[in-house]
Design a protein around this ligand. Structure first.
Ligand code: ATP
Ligand code: MG
Length: 443
């Protein structure tokens, strides 16, 4: 097909393909005149081009990230980390290559289906804000026209479309507005049943002239966002087999932290059920490449010792203070910078402001609570999306339910708690716990 007699568009709405006259008037007679002759774009053969029908173009998945705050050295390490994390997630797909391209990552793939598969995986990797599937061509208009047609075909059924063409720099001689006009007009002629619509089209066809290639795509979707795991230092997350803490761990990973998971098992007072569930939770979260290691503490005997030594209403506070003190040591051992819990204000007795203060007092690292202002239902929704919900919903014996008092204190007084604490051999317990810590390296 020969791309001649092209109309021209400007940025007004064009409501119907019958509106060829509209198009002409929108672009102006002179423009149409110009489109008919090579003088429109100096030095480039843009018209009367032989368009290679049914040519095959290499498929791509474009992986977009936010550039906000990414300057200088930051940007390069951010990109390398994101690239590494994505490659790790794509390891099971043979032959996919990921390279950097002008503020994006580009995965070269073998087929359309593979592009969609890569997009689906990349969309869940923290740091990725958007993924797009399409094709890559040389920067020749004839190829761009045909690839644009093929790309729109893949969007069927649709009624209306709009072209959004850009060039990354002036190496390509046709500016963005002119590109929009040329591609739009050519498609208008070729796809006479489709509407070109500037506002709210069914399909937005992107054409980007970047680093010697044209990238053409219309399939694009939102991804998880956040920052690449590994770009924000490491934390110790107190991970139970409950609903909340896996969501808290995920939120920290989404903001770029790597996580040491610390689990307190009721062993030897209970079985190891909660440990198996925590391992399953970690398996679900591990494709995100964020959980570096799992540490397990057999905590049941210490709970028994505490239950025997402190007033019943304060047991939970003392269990939790010992947990936090252990987490603090674990953070020291592995170079983490903060502790993380899945607490949410007022959710249970131990999560009142007074009790939070009484437990935080033993930690020298900041204690981060990404869910503190989140309702249970919101947490459940997020756990369902993450696929940890079903694991966490399984009933299990757990240290949390061991030796629970009937009426736990909801407003512990720190000085009172500290007076009792001074009578307990906490240092000895901590030394024993750290010596018998069960560590599995997951990186
Ligand atoms: P989750 O809050 O994860 O659903 P939960 O509801 O069983 O667990 P809570 O009493 O709400 O436990 O505990 C508050 C927080 O304390 C948890 O989010 C978690 O960070 C930490 N935590 C509680 N139990 C454990 C445990 N057995 N091992 C590690 N951390 C725990
Ligand atoms: Mg909870």
């Amino acid at each position: 097909m020969t791309a001649s007699n092209l109309g021209s568009m400007n940025s007004e709405d064009i409501a119907s393909t019958e509106g060829a006259e509209d198009i002409a008037s929108a672009g102006g007679a002179e423009d149409i005149e110009a489109v008919g002759g090579a003088k429109a774009v100096e030095g480039v053969e843009v018209f009367e081009v032989e368009v290679p029908e049914r040519a095959h173009f290499p498929f791509i998945c474009l992986i977009h990230y936010h550039e906000v705050g990414l300057k200088g050295k930051n940007r390069s390490s951010f990109e390398s980390r994101l690239k590494k994390n994505i490659e790790k997630n794509l390891a099971d797909i043979d032959g996919v290559r990921v390279s950097r391209m002008s503020g994006r990552l580009l995965a070269s793939v073998k087929s359309w289906d593979e592009a969609c598969e890569v997009a689906e995986i990349a969309a869940h990797v923290p740091g990725v804000v958007r993924v797009s599937c399409g094709v890559r061509t040389a920067q020749r208009l004839e190829d761009v026209y045909e690839a644009a047609c093929q790309t729109l075909e893949r969007c069927e059924p649709y009624q209306s479309f709009k072209v959004d063409a850009r060039r990354a720099n002036t190496n390509f001689p046709i500016d963005s507005m002119r590109l929009n006009q040329l591609i739009g007009a050519w498609l208008h002629e070729r796809l006479s049943k489709k509407l070109i619509k500037m506002k709210e089209p069914d399909v937005k066809l992107h054409v980007e002239m970047v680093e010697g290639s044209a990238l053409i795509y219309a399939h694009t979707r939102k991804a998880v966002g956040g920052l690449p795991v590994g770009s924000a230092g490491s934390v110790v997350c107190l991970l139970s087999a409950g609903l909340d803490s896996p969501v808290a761990a995920w939120r920290m990973m989404k903001r770029g932290a790597t996580v040491t998971a610390l689990h307190f098992s009721g062993r030897p007072e209970t079985g190891a059920d909660s440990e198996y569930l925590v391992q399953e939770i970690i398996e679900v979260l591990s494709p995100l490449a964020g959980i570096e290691r799992l540490c397990i503490v057999a905590f049941g005997s210490y709970q028994r010792l505490i239950a025997d030594a402190v007033p019943p209403e304060l047991r939970v506070i003392f269990y939790r203070r010992l947990m936090f003190a252990v987490a603090n040591r674990v953070a020291q051992r592995f170079g983490a910078r903060a502790l993380v819990t899945g607490e949410s204000l007022g959710q249970v007795a131990s999560q009142t402001l007074d009790n939070i203060r009484a437990t935080d007092a033993v930690a020298s690292y900041p204690v981060l609570r990404p869910l503190i202002g989140t309702d249970k239902q919101e947490i459940i929704d997020e756990a369902q999306r993450l696929k940890t919900f079903e694991i966490s919903s399984q009933s299990h014996e757990d240290c949390c339910t061991l030796f629970m008092p009937r009426h736990p204190e909801t407003h512990a007084k720190l000085p009172h708690v500290e007076t009792i604490s001074a009578t307990l051999p906490i240092e000895t317990w901590l030394t024993q716990i750290m010596e018998s810590l069960e560590v599995s390296d997951l990186s």
